[in-house]
Design a protein around this ligand. Structure first.
Ligand code: CA
Length: 225
């Protein structure tokens, strides 16, 4: 169940929101103390934040900015401030959505659902400086292009990207590809690495897989030309 936190100082609105979201299947928490809001929200670690802008102790703009500096939490601003300059300011500070009060229930729920979906899709993406890999589909995004990698090569690239040092032992690779370390088929491993090298080259990705003697393989970035 997705968790939503509400930062809203008007009790009636807070309760109305809370009830509505619970009915829609969310777990809801509300803040009642408006000192140190960003810290409280980060501590609660919800899936989404509904944030009012006019708050008693600090402005919602400030809170939005502080949270986005430290977290990629989706933020939906819900405010009575209707001016475009306020909306632009909130969006520039990292707000993901901006809705004004009074709000239409259906619109709010649709925006929330949409925002959660967007973030979920993003969570499947492994990012490097210059490319992205979708861990579900093994789609590689590089310079406006996308390529779906063969399953084994996708698995290998994912594994390289998720190890601390970009170095993988032959045992790890064998486990990854064939689910065993009992017998390491050096040739089959070599074939798969060669295919990955070819794929990287075809895509034009400035990365290479090099053998590390006695250990395994490492993904390295080509120096800039
Ligand atoms: Ca308010």
């Amino acid at each position: 169940m997705k968790r939503i936190i509400i930062v809203e100082d008007e009790e009636l609105i807070r309760e109305e929101l809370s009830l509505m979201l619970e009915k829609a299947g969310y777990r809801v928490e509300s803040l009642c103390e408006f000192q140190g809001v960003a810290e409280q929200v980060l501590e609660a670690d919800p899936d989404l934040l509904i944030l009012d802008l006019n708050l008693p102790k600090e402005s919602g703009f400030r809170i939005c900015q502080n949270i986005k500096k430290k977290s990629s939490l989706p933020i939906l601003v819900l405010t009575s401030r209707e001016q475009v300059k306020d909306e632009v300011r909130a969006l520039k500070l990292g707000a993901d959505e901006y809705l004004t009060k009074p709000f239409r229930k259906e619109r709010l729920l649709a925006r929330i659902e949409n925002l959660l979906k967007r973030y979920e899709a993003r969570a499947n993406l492994l990012a490097r400086d210059d490319f992205l890999l979708d861990r579900n589909t093994y789609t590689l995004y590089f310079q406006e292009n996308s390529t779906v990698l063969p399953a084994n090569q996708g698995k290998l690239l994912e594994a390289f990207l998720t190890t601390e040092t970009d170095l993988l032992s032959k045992e790890k690779l064998s486990l990854l590809l064939w689910g065993t370390t009992e017998f390491i088929d050096e040739n089959a491993l070599q074939v798969n690495i060669t295919r990955l090298r070819r794929v990287l080259k075809e895509v034009g990705l400035p990365y290479r897989v090099v053998a590390v003697r006695g250990i395994g393989y490492k993904l390295i970035r080509e120096p800039c030309k």
